[in-house]
Design a protein. Structure first.
Length: 437
């Protein structure tokens, strides 16, 4: 059985892909012979890229995103575009008109979002594979945790966003997933680095991130923020994470209690900023140049209303409306500018903590993967609350890695390790001691 046929088999069982490659094309290099899946909001030349939305149906990019081009240059084979929540709007990967990925540990449960398809394929692939994913508020860490794989979200600006269909420009970060820390670190080394097509990419040297694996952690100071173990976090999840921290302490790490007081405001700040930016980014999708293009009837206002009314899902419409409201002249100072000030305070919290410690550690998600029937009963605010542990580091633009650290009732639990800006090496070093090297 060839690779394409196997991918189609896995797709039938777990609903992973939005599109699958037609033939295998591999080369020589660091990723030679390795299949790379790409989240649907990252452009792949000649392959439909819809960002999980009906409004971009039929859009086939004439170019590769920078991260995709770098993978091809290192011999990788692009196996397909993986399922996601529409434009990244979701925690459970159910906000999409296309396939909803199924958790490989229990197909009645969510795989997590918004990069759910990539996490599922990473977990179930029985061939060499790594995944390119993207995070705005936790979209790599969440599905990595719930599917039991490794997910790295780098420092904002470490990887190029050229070719990404943006959700929120100041928050979006392209990262990676692998079965092991080594696989994810290898992919991060390939896709990182300056890009003349993206002015937000940092001009910083890119180390071989795999060189940090298996380095001893004796003397490493690991901070444990008590705000990340409080109300809303399942006790068994907390206990599983604390047992892992005990093991790291036995290897010589110093476990220290720290405080990040502005964490409690981070969720509100994140959603105001993210929705405001999303409402402007999605304004360009009007059915005139690409994507959904019904027959023109009536005037242009009626046409645009028809395209956007039919093309956007309920959650996308909700976020566009809320984001537009937050940016209105009469409310901008009250909501958007206050959210930006809170973001600054969140960054200051992390900077203060990293003066005393090397790495922060916490549960990735407050609970294990919920069942789909539980998700259906949740109100939108309950969906948003699931991101309480991941939005603060994303607001701050710091690197983070989710690594499997145990199970609760047979379902994976992720340990979230966070570092200061450009300290991906430290979090990879610590993660490699957890067990999936």
């Amino acid at each position: 059985m060839n690779l394409i046929e196997r991918a189609k088999e896995l797709d039938q069982k777990f609903k992973i892909f939005n599109s699958i490659a037609e033939k295998v094309e591999t080369g020589d290099g660091e990723l030679g012979g390795i299949a790379v899946s790409v989240k649907d909001n990252i452009c792949v030349k000649g392959m439909e890229s819809r960002a999980g939305s009906k409004i971009l149906e039929g859009y086939i990019p004439p170019f590769d995103a920078t991260v995709v081009a770098r993978c091809r240059a290192e011999g990788a084979f692009i196996i397909g575009k993986t399922s996601q929540d529409e434009f990244g709007f979701g925690t459970f990967n159910v906000n999409t008109p296309y396939s909803v990925p199924l958790n490989p540990h229990d197909t009645e449960r969510s795989a997590g979002g918004s990069s759910g398809g990539g996490a599922v394929l990473t977990a179930v692939a029985d061939f060499p594979h790594v995944a390119i994913a993207e995070s705005t508020g936790g979209s790599i860490s969440c599905p990595a945790s719930w599917c039991g794989v490794v997910g790295i979200t780098p420092t904002y600006g470490r990887t190029s966003r050229w070719g990404l269909i943006d959700y929120a420009n100041s928050l979006d970060k392209i990262g990676c997933m692998g079965k092991t820390v080594r696989e994810a670190a290898m992919l991060l080394s390939v896709i990182s680095g300056h890009d003349r097509y993206d002015s937000t990419v940092l001009r910083e040297p890119v180390p071989d991130f795999t060189s940090y694996i298996d380095e001893p952690i004796e003397g490493m100071k690991i901070g444990v923020p008590h705000e990340y173990f409080g109300e809303g976090v399942d006790e068994e999840v907390s206990e599983t994470v604390r047992k892992t921290l005990d093991c790291l302490e036995q290897e010589g790490a110093k476990i220290l209690e720290v405080s990040l007081p502005f964490t409690k405001y981070s969720l509100s700040s994140y959603y105001i900023i993210a929705m405001a930016e999303a409402s402007t980014n999605l304004a360009k999708l009007c059915g005139m140049r690409y994507g959904l293009q019904p027959e023109l009837e009536g005037n242009f206002d009626e046409y645009f209303s028809k395209v956007r009314g039919e093309g956007f899902g309920d959650e996308a419409k909700r976020r566009i409306i809320l984001g537009t409201y937050a940016r209105l002249a009469g409310y901008r100072d009250e909501y958007y500018l206050k959210a930006l000030k809170v973001r600054t305070k969140v960054i200051e919290d992390f900077k203060k903590a990293f003066k005393e410690i090397d790495v922060l550690a916490a549960p990735t998600m407050p609970v294990v993967a919920p069942r789909f029937d539980e998700v259906e009963e949740m109100e939108p605010i309950q969906h948003y609350m699931m991101d309480i542990l991941t939005v603060a580091p994303n607001l701050a633009g710091i690197p983070m890695i989710s690594v499997p650290c145990g199970e609760v009732e047979g379902l994976p639990v992720g340990l979230h390790l966070m570092g200061d800006h450009l300290s991906e090496g430290k979090i990879i070093q610590a993660a490699s001691r957890v067990g999936v090297r």
